[in-house]
Design a protein around this ligand. Structure first.
Ligand code: DON
Length: 318
């Protein structure tokens, strides 16, 4: 903890130069032509590959932003760690771990695999585990569960979050693989009877609109032990923050997770719309948005920005 306070102080004193650093970082990577915008969900294919925003939010409530930091996009898989946190609050650690493991897969995010020993999906960051986690969102009916989900996003972002209906419909129309995964898990009792309702909820959570500024604030909330630094509200019970961060560190970047943890050393999560959230525990949240993805589904510019920030500021966990 004593290592962290001076860091915050340094960031505050260095606000002006830090803004410059972000500008340089943005300029350095804006010209990148690598990667391709996701097309497997028709609505995502409409994104402009040049969109690029960076935001950093500190635990004491400073927010830095550059580029397309206010442009909304669908949160996609970045919803997964936050829904995992919600499931932990609803069911406790044991209740959640009966339905989903904590082991990285080394497989693609949409792999149709379960742990043969336990029939559980491997972790809450791959689609199978995420759908099992979404199924754990409590509520009397679809409406109540949806409202609780949105309230959770609101606690983390500090503002009202809405669904992009076109993305939702697009997800729902094309989501046959996710349906197959959900029904396979239904067969093994890893999701309950309301499997269709939970799938809808999963498509809705992926369609929530955020900006990379929101992602930075969401990350800062995890960095601050579950407390939103802009609103002061508790978004997640502090005792579950380490659960969420450790899964992000080991599984957050899919089959790039090991390489990511090794190089960048920050808990993070990516989504196919091109967002990445990264967390510097005790210090800040980082949000990056740029739609072109590499072969593993991670934002090309997003990865570069986080790697550079980690290196330049010595943010690696170890
Ligand atoms: O399940 C899906 O197909 C998406 N709606 C979520 C995927 C996602 O963001 C995976 N990411 N990199």
């Amino acid at each position: 903890a004593e290592a962290i306070d001076p860091l915050i102080g340094k960031m505050r004193a260095a606000a002006a130069p830090f803004r410059k650093t972000l500008q340089e970082l943005h300029r350095r990577h804006a010209g990148l032509a690598d990667g391709a915008v996701a097309t497997y969900i028709p609505e995502l294919a409409l994104a402009d590959p040049s969109w690029f925003g960076i935001s950093v939010a500190t635990v004491d409530g400073l927010v830095f932003e550059i580029g397309d930091s206010g442009r909304p996009f669908s949160i996609q898989s970045i919803s997964k760690p936050f829904v995992f946190g919600m499931a932990l609050q609803d069911h406790g650690r044991d209740g959640v771990l009966r339905r989903v493991g904590v082991e990285p897969t080394g497989e693609a995010f949409n792999a149709i695999i379960l742990d043969e020993a336990t029939n559980r999906p491997f972790n809450p960051m791959v689609n199978a585990g995420a759908i099992a986690t979404t199924d754990l969102i409590e509520g009397a009916d679809a409406g109540e569960r949806f409202k609780r989900l949105m309230a959770m996003f609101r606690r983390f972002t500090g503002r009202d979050v809405h669904i992009d209906n076109a993305v939702f419909l697009s997800e729902r129309t094309t989501g046959h693989r996710n349906r197959a995964i959900a029904h396979l898990m239904r067969n093994f009792g890893m999701v309950g009877d309301r499997v269709e309702e939970s799938l809808e909820l999963y498509f809705q959570q992926c369609s929530a609109l955020v900006t990379c500024r929101d992602l930075a604030v969401m990350g800062a909330t995890l960095a601050d032990g579950g407390r939103n630094p802009l609103t002061g509200e508790t978004a997640l019970e502090p005792s579950y923050v380490k659960d969420v961060l450790s899964i992000m560190l080991t599984c957050g970047m899919y089959d790039f997770a090991g390489e990511w943890a090794y190089r960048t050393g920050l808990p993070a999560k990516s989504g196919v719309a091109g967002g990445i959230v990264a967390v510097v525990p005790g210090v800040a949240g980082i949000g990056v948005y740029s739609p072109p993805l590499d072969a593993k589904g991670n934002s090309v510019r997003g990865i570069r920005v986080c790697q550079d920030l980690s290196q330049e500021f010595g943010l690696h966990a170890f």
